[in-house]
Design a binder for this molecule. Structure first.
Ligand code: AGP
Length: 609
């Protein structure tokens, strides 16, 4: 997810200043590199570099750029590490055309090789750069010469994937060309100035008059005009007046980033699972050739690692696999040698406990695969293979969309491994991958729609409790651990997760009337015993909250139930079953008067030991 903005004005305002403040309002969408381009006296001027907006602006001083038309971009790297050449905007060979893009061009490799064969010189590793070279090629070929808009429209028809695009050409020094598919793009309307951006906050201080560009629409804006068409026919949407404040607009109207990010999980999952199998195949081969495997992570990422442990152990039951908490590395360091594969999981890619353990493991010649959400961050740089979740920046301190994206990526890796291990036929492999890609986002969307109000209501029931238990068995334990961590880290209610079979070995002693006990109970081999655990807790006055399937017998013993649709495979249960618990934690924190985005004593990235 990146932030883009474009402005054209007939007032004598220098747009570089407006673009810079607009990018600051979009920083929550990405911040690993940033750039601006303007047209000044018929020439393109560009400033861009890796780093946050403030740091790059301090170094390059964006306001040096003259001109009354310009585009800007703050990046969250997906293709190509965050550095100066990969920062947007990107130019064509003639340096007359500039583009900024948010999204993923899925067919960029074939477009790029075709354009290179035609002599185009690419300067970046990004997918986005193909856009400007395509427009250039369209204009070069034309006889009689095409208009820029025609070349632009022809270009858009060739792109597959998701995009929000703003493009400028020195031949049309007042015009900005827009296109949108699956990535947001909105237009801000002022008398003599027009804005286009990924999100309303970018220009909200200048105008509240907004037009939403819809999927498949092409826009052309100049200081005085807005033209929009779809499939060659003009559309004339009515602008609407937004009532949001700038701050609430960054959250797209949600009260907190955490709730927004919970709701972003379907798209985060879709973007993550849609991964090319080449990297997965390399990772699978490394798993198969390793003598032992160590999952290495902290906190919520450790819970994702536990899911990965269960998924891989199911496929390779004879291979020693150790899920370890990174700060406990020394306890296991005797295991680490050149035959050990470390799978390091970290959304930030910067957690010091993980980095320290990885550095020690590398000294012992271990092989390393990393799963991170930040391209080219420190932990991927310590890895032989880097796999990336594509959840976009996560602003809420409590991990939600990055966690389910990690579990989904591990599930996709497990399917690849099962296939490469010869345990899955080619047809079954394709079916499993299709099911994962198609069903996972849909099931999570359904879970959110069907359980959010229940979570809100349950929050009011448990809000005054001081203690809670989260119980599960076997492969469902990661959900219990993650649910407990979410509740305690943002609502400050003490929450303890442990295997349900352990209850009678001590923990049940403190259960009393209305003591909340969350039980993770899909219909699987754990069912019978989970029923027994529910009985024993209920007998002591426990308030049983089950996360289960509609007709599961545990609902008869439950005081409250969240229902999860049955999936094509239990492989996605650690994803779908955790979502109601994310919402429960969120609404309980809000009921208790806390800010879920900024829990006390916690940081989004733990860079201390
Ligand atoms: C997330 O909800 C937690 N606040 C925290 O445990 C986090 O998961 C942990 O610090 C690991 O972070 P990482 O994924 O960036 O390595």
């Amino acid at each position: 997810m990146c932030g883009i903005i474009a402005i054209t004005t007939s007032s004598n305002t220098k747009v570089s200043k407006l673009i810079t403040t607009g990018l600051k309002r979009l920083e929550y969408r990405g911040y690993d590199s940033v750039g601006i381009a303007t047209i000044n006296q018929g020439k393109i001027e560009t400033l861009k570099d890796a780093g946050t907006i403030d740091r790059v602006n301090q170094k390059l001083n964006f306001e040096n750029l003259e001109g009354s038309i310009g585009i800007g971009h703050t990046r969250w790297a997906t293709h190509g590490p965050p550095n100066q050449i990969n920062a947007h905007p990107h130019a064509d060979c003639t340096k007359k055309i500039m583009v900024v893009h948010n999204g993923i061009i899925e067919n960029y490799l074939e477009i790029k090789s075709d354009l290179e064969r035609k002599g185009h010189i690419f300067t970046s590793q990004t997918d986005s750069e193909v856009i400007v070279h395509l427009v250039e090629e369209e204009l070069k070929l034309a006889n009689p010469p095409k208009s820029v808009i025609q070349a632009f429209k022809n270009t858009i028809t060739k792109l597959e994937g998701a995009y929000a695009i703003t493009l400028i050409h020195t031949d049309e020094p007042e015009t900005i060309f827009l296109a949108r598919k699956d990535s947001p793009l909105v237009i801000g309307v002022q008398e003599d100035t027009k804005f286009a951006a990924s999100d309303i906050p970018a220009f909200l201080e200048h105008t509240k008059k907004v037009i939403i560009l819809k999927n498949g629409e092409i826009g052309v804006i100049t200081p005085k005009t807005v033209y929009i068409e779809k499939n060659g026919f003009r559309v004339q949407p009515k602008p609407f007046i937004v009532s949001w404040t700038a701050e609430s607009a960054q959250k797209s109207g949600y009260p907190h980033f955490m709730l927004k990010e919970i709701h972003e999980q379907p798209i985060a999952l879709k973007n993550t699972i849609n991964i090319d199998s080449e990297e997965l195949s390399k990772a699978s081969k490394k798993i198969l050739e390793s003598t032992r495997i160590v999952f290495l992570a902290c906190g919520t990422s450790y819970h994702a690692g536990l899911s990965g442990f269960h998924q891989i152990q199911r496929i390779l039951p004879k291979k020693p696999i150790y899920p370890i908490i990174a700060s406990e590395y020394e306890t296991y360091s005797h295991l680490i040698d050149e035959e050990t594969l470390i799978i390091a999981i970290s959304q930030s890619g910067e957690t010091l406990d993980v980095m320290k353990a990885l550095s020690a493991a590398r000294k012992n010649k271990a092989q390393v695969i990393s799963l991170a959400n930040v391209t080219d961050s420190s932990i991927p740089r310590l890895s032989h293979i880097s796999l990336y979740t594509k959840a976009g920046p996560e602003i809420g301190v409590a991990a939600t969309k990055t966690h389910t994206a990690q579990v989904a990526l591990l599930a996709r890796l497990a399917i690849q491994l099962e296939f490469e291990a010869g345990e899955l036929s080619k047809d079954d492999y394709s079916v499993q991958v299709d099911n994962l890609v198609q069903q996972t986002p849909q099931i999570v969307r359904t879970v959110i729609n069907q359980n959010e109000l229940k979570a809100k209501k349950l929050a009011s029931i448990i809000q005054n409790q001081n203690h809670s238990y989260f119980l599960a068995r076997g492969l469902n334990m990661p959900v219990a651990l993650e649910g407990a961590l979410k509740l305690k880290e943002i609502s400050y209610i003490h929450a303890e997760a442990f295997p349900a079979g352990e209850s009678k070995h001590g923990p049940i002693a403190i259960v009393e009337t209305n003591f909340p006990i969350v039980m993770i109970a899909p219909d699987d081999w754990t069912t019978k015993k989970m029923l027994g655990n529910a009985e024993e807790m209920k007998a002591r006055g426990g308030y049983i909250i089950s996360v289960t399937e509609k007709d599961h017998r545990i609902t008869e013993r439950s005081d409250y139930s969240f229902f999860i649709p049955k999936a094509f495979s239990p492989i996605i249960n650690p994803i779908s079953y955790v979502v109601p618990l994310q919402m429960l934690a969120y609404y309980t924190a809000v009921r208790r008067g806390y800010d879920p985005d900024k829990p006390k004593n916690l940081a989004k990235t733990v860079t201390v030991e």
